[in-house]
Design a protein around this ligand. Structure first.
Ligand code: UDP
Ligand code: MG
Length: 185
């Protein structure tokens, strides 16, 4: 498994799609799984809706359950987990349930300055249909990213499990560096 992190708009989903195409991994976006769960109108739908609009992190039990269910369904057992763990609480919630049953190769972090992320998200807003791609939600997502997700990135770094790629560059340039990390995995 590889965890893929980066600020909102950093290009996680784009590069994960490339990895799937070239190397056949299974891409699971925690955000996409939460949005799909919200769309089913399940008991958690309203709660998920509120958290996403506020840019807040959904209780980890919900996210871990969705991830494990999706992993179960996948034929390939090479997983890209995109947008998770986004907080130390997420991280602990994951390891409490999964422990060492899954081998984590590394955490891939796409680093990009906030001005560029904001520009991308506002451009994406015109077609994404996402109700958190508006300037109020975007600012809240940035704040949560700095406060909650950066400590997770520091943690992977301290464990020598972090691979950092600057994603201010073009999609092709980022892909050039990204694929080097996967070709021998
Ligand atoms: N989210 C969450 N836990 C996760 C992943 C996503 O609570 O593990 C929620 C959170 O509210 C986040 C939103 O879903 O702001 C959108 O996440 P996504 O990863 O799709 O956004 P991205 O960072 O890719 O723009
Ligand atoms: Mg995404």
């Amino acid at each position: 498994m590889v965890f893929v992190l980066g600020g909102p708009g950093a290009g996680k989903g784009t590069q994960c799609t490339n990895i799937v195409k070239e190397f056949g991994w299974c891409h699971l976006s925690a955000g996409d799984l939460l949005r799909a769960e919200r769309a089913t109108g399940s008991a958690n739908a309203e709660l998920i809706n509120t958290y996403i609009r506020e840019g807040k992190i959904v209780p980890v039990e919900i996210t871990v359950k969705l991830l494990l269910a999706a992993m179960e369904k996948s034929e390939t057992k090479k997983f890209l987990i995109d947008g998770f763990p986004r907080s130390l609480n997420n991280y602990e919630g994951w390891y409490d349930v999964v422990g060492d049953d899954v081998h984590v190769a590394f955490c891939l972090f796409f680093e990009c300055p906030e001005e560029e992320l904001e520009r991308r998200l506002l451009a994406r807003a015109q077609s994404s249909g996402r109700d958190d791609d508006n300037i109020e939600s975007i600012r809240k997502r940035f704040k949560i990213f700095i406060e909650e997700t950066m400590p997770v990135i520091d943690k992977f770094k301290a464990k020598d499990q972090l691979k950092l790629i600057s994603s201010v560059q073009s999609i092709e340039e980022v892909w050039g560096q990204t694929k080097l990390l996967f070709k021998d995995l």
